[in-house]
Design a protein around this ligand. Structure first.
Ligand SMILES: Nc1nc2c(ncn2[C@@H]2O[C@H](COP(=O)(O)OP(=O)(O)OP(=O)(O)O)[C@@H](O)[C@H]2O)c(=O)[nH]1
Ligand SMILES: [Mg+2]
Length: 244
């Protein structure tokens, strides 16, 4: 049994530093299919558990503003890693949490990894990890990837989430009444056509956004799935119109 992990986060938060520490020489790089975005993947074993890990491109959001964002978004939605580790910079939590919350809307299989703790300490920044954990509803662990500290504690949580021993309940971000009503209207329709394979609420939000790129990825993925009914394939091109 090998668990798949994805590293997500803003640029420059230490994802690759953590990736290199974990995988050492056992890593390979290439491009993501159809994109000129570098894909780094590696394998390692920790406490007797095997992992495959993907270093996603660093992004500020997971909408469809760039090839990097599409790659990171599609990986989380379609490949559904066992755990997405969101690497955030302890010295700029506010900006970094924006992306963390976007990931929490996509999956509950998340561990938030607060990196650059050494730097935060130097700057006199203190972080209430317990409060963060309670507010976000997922495990939060502090590390310094450069100094290789906190990695064991990180993997205690990663293993719990990967194995299903811990099922995080991420905070549900509320939108205004109008949007919440539209989400509620769309959800049964999405469930009926796509089933429970994808995060329904998140898909509803993307439909309301008129996110064409997501609709295209969704269609391409469903075309590739053997058991997908024709009716659910047909609904995708209409999604955009339905919501406007
Ligand atoms: N002080 C300190 N620096 C760190 C730590 N982790 C990473 N860095 C530094 O932060 C910089 C960025 O690290 P990367 O690992 O390349 O960051 P990344 O998230 O992969 O960046 P992108 O690939 O651009 O998204 C490098 O100079 C690292 O040496 C840490 O724990 N403490
Ligand atoms: Mg990197």
């Amino acid at each position: 049994m090998t668990y798949t992990l994805a590293l997500a986060g803003n640029p420059n938060t230490g994802k690759s530093t953590l990736f290199n520490t974990l995988t050492g020489m056992r890593q390979h790089t290439g491009n993501w299919a159809g994109k000129t975005v570098v894909r780094a993947e590696g394998e390692f074993t920790r406490s007797g558990t095997s992992y495959r890990i993907i270093d996603l491109p660093g992004t500020y959001s997971l909408y469809s503003n760039s090839a990097d964002e599409e790659v990171a978004r599609d990986y989380i939605i379609f490949e559904q890693p066992d755990v997405t580790i969101v690497v955030i910079d302890a010295t700029s939590l506010e900006r970094n949490l924006n992306l963390a919350l976007q990931v929490l809307e996509m999956t509950n299989r998340v561990v938030v990894c607060v990196n650059l703790m050494d730097e935060a300490k130097k700057l006199g920044i203190r972080i209430d990890l317990d409060k963060m954990k309670k507010r976000l509803g997922v495990p939060v662990v502090a590390i310094s990837a450069r100094n290789k500290t906190g990695i064991d504690a990180l993997f205690t949580q990663v293993e719990l989430v990967a194995s299903g021993a811990l099922v995080p309940q991420p905070v549900k971000i509320p939108y205004n009444e109008d949007i919440e009503r539209k989400i509620e209207e769309l959800e049964p329709y999405i469930l009926e056509t796509l089933g429970t394979r994808y995060p329904t609420r998140w898909i509803a939000l993307r439909l309301l956004d008129g996110d064409e790129s997501l609709l295209q990825s969704l269609k391409a993925n469903m075309d590739a799935l053997p058991g997908t009914s024709q009716s659910s394939k047909e609904v995708i091109p209409h999604g955009h119109t339905v919501c406007h």
